[in-house]
Structures are given as C-alpha cells and as structure tokens.
Design a protein around this ligand. Sequence first.
Ligand SMILES: NC(=O)c1ccc[n+]([C@@H]2O[C@H](COP(=O)([O-])OP(=O)(O)OC[C@H]3O[C@@H](n4cnc5c(N)ncnc54)[C@H](OP(=O)(O)O)[C@@H]3O)[C@@H](O)[C@H]2O)c1
Length: 295
Amino acid sequence: MRESILGGPFTFPGTDMTVQRMGYGAMQLAGPGVWGPPNDLKNAEAVLREAVESGINHIDTSDFYGPHITNQIIRQALHPYRAGLVIVTKLGARRPPDKSWQRANSSEELTAGVYDNLRNLGLDAIDIVNYRVVGSGHGTEEGSISEQVTALAELKHKGLIRHIGLSNVTATQVTEAQKITEIVCVQNLYNLAHRQDDLLIDDLARQGIAYVPFFPLGGFTPLQSSTLSEVAQRFNATPMQVALAWLRQRSPNILLIPGTSSLIHLRENLAAVELTLSTDALTELDGIATAIADH
Ligand SMILES: NC(=O)c1ccc[n+]([C@@H]2O[C@H](COP(=O)([O-])OP(=O)(O)OC[C@H]3O[C@@H](n4cnc5c(N)ncnc54)[C@H](OP(=O)(O)O)[C@@H]3O)[C@@H](O)[C@H]2O)c1
C-alpha cells in the first residue's frame, strides 16, 4: 500500500527506471566516521530490509563507505535484489588507511571502482554510477571532468554501467558532461540551510533530470533552527520530517535519500511523505537560508 505513496514516482530521463521519490542513503550504515563495520550489523541489515519492504526502491551507496562494507551489507541484506530496485553508487574517491577521502579519478581507478562495486554488491551491471568530483577542499570546484565522464561512458558502452550521473558538480560541469553522454541525475549538497543550487535544480527540472540532495537533514551537522522547530510543532511533525517535506515540495525532480542507521528514524522519514506544508510554512522555511546568507 505504501508503495503508491512514497512521494510518487520519478522516471530517470531516457531510461525505464522509475523510483519512488522517497529513497534511502546507505552511508550511515558503516561504522563511526563512515569507516569499518557498524556496531550492530543485524540492525543495519534490518534497516535495509525494512526500507525495501516499505516500498523504497532507490538506494544510494558507494564502495568508499566502509570502504566496501556498506555495499557488502546491502548485498547480505537484500540480494537477490527485488525487481525494480535501483542501486546508485558513486566513483571518484578512495579511503586510505588514515580514513581520509582522497581523489581516485584516473580511468584505471574508475574502472577498478566499477569492478569493486559489482563484486561487493553482487551485480553484473550497476544501474546508475555518479562521477563524484573530489576537489582540493569541501564543496564544488570548477575544472574539466571530460576525461572521467568519457571513462564512465566507455564503461557504459561495455555494459558494466546502465546510466551515468554526477555528484558535487557545478552547472558548467553538468553542461560539459552532457556533451559527452546522457546525465540522468545530479547529487549535490542541498538542504533548507544550503540553497546554493537553487538555479541548477530548476534548470535540471526543466530537463527532467533528477536532483538528489546529499545531507538532506544536514549530514554530520543535523539541521537546527528555531523556525524549523516551530513549523514542526505546528504540523505535529519532527524537524527532520519538515526538512524532508520542504525538499519534496521544493521541486518535482528532487529525490530524497535521507541516511539513517535507526529503524525509528527510518519510519519517521518514511512518514514524512504524508506531510504537506502550507504555502505560509514554506515561505517561513525559505527564510532560514536567507537569514544565514544575511548573517
Ligand atoms: N555524493 C556525496 O558526496 C555524498 C555525501 C554525503 C552523503 N551522500 C549520500 O547522501 C545520503 C544522505 O546523507 P547523510 O546520510 O550523510 O546525511 P543526512 O541524511 O542529511 O543525515 C543523516 C544524519 O541524520 C540522522 N537522522 C536521520 N533520520 C533522522 C530522523 N528522522 N531524526 C533525527 N535524526 C535523523 C542520522 O542519524 P541516525 O543514523 O541516528 O538516524 C544521521 O546522523 C547518504 O546516506 C549518502 O548515501 C552522498
């Protein structure tokens, strides 16, 4: 029953892949610092199983979560995968033993990364691979990505990848990539408090391309705002449910992948699809980013 109401369907452009707009981000399933196994492996598997049993058919992951461990948990919990489940992974980084996040974007590294994902997820082909740009600092950084996107297009041609997306990119990089291959989704940092991609979201919406915000709840620094708390209280919801509802109402091409290692939070996040915010509440919430920008 839930499947019909998980935010409604979205079809990635030029594909036959349709997902519910409420998905699941698997990064929180690894151990602390996205490193090593979780404290409670059985719980991690239970979260994944309940997500899929509740109708979620879009899981975002990466082989650099753990590293490798999150994908192995997904395989252990969900393989053989149910028909229609879309698993999206990302390439472009590696995790050396010091637990840092380093660039890994040569053609050889991207190819090896695809094979790692295939092996750890137990797949013959990956539904969608995002090329994740790792710059010198946090956030996006201009610079050509044509070499990496060309490498992914070749892996698609070989049948190892079905579709290609981008992550942590600028509008210029999206345009550059689209000249090489079809881009079906863009995954960037965006939430109530971080609105730098407003124009990009609208542009992608016009093209039917999915925009998948990472850190939809604030990531490692959960969203906190008195306005958010007040609106949540008025709607008899939690602040995180309001943050998700705001994203869903922001644009029809936004797909949600909140990350959680908790069954209770998973259920709360799923229930957020039933929350519809009034125009007045949306305007109030829009003020959060404006207040940060003015500060
Ligand atoms: N492309 C990229 O570079 C990139 C970067 C980061 C993340 N991602 C993807 O985006 C997904 C989402 O991002 P994220 O997981 O980092 O951050 P997030 O979804 O913004 O927030 C996750 C945090 O919120 C907590 N949380 C989740 N649901 C909650 C609820 N209902 N109430 C209170 N707290 C709640 C989680 O803790 P609990 O575990 O305790 O629930 C966790 O600490 C990731 O899982 C990953 O797949 C991609």
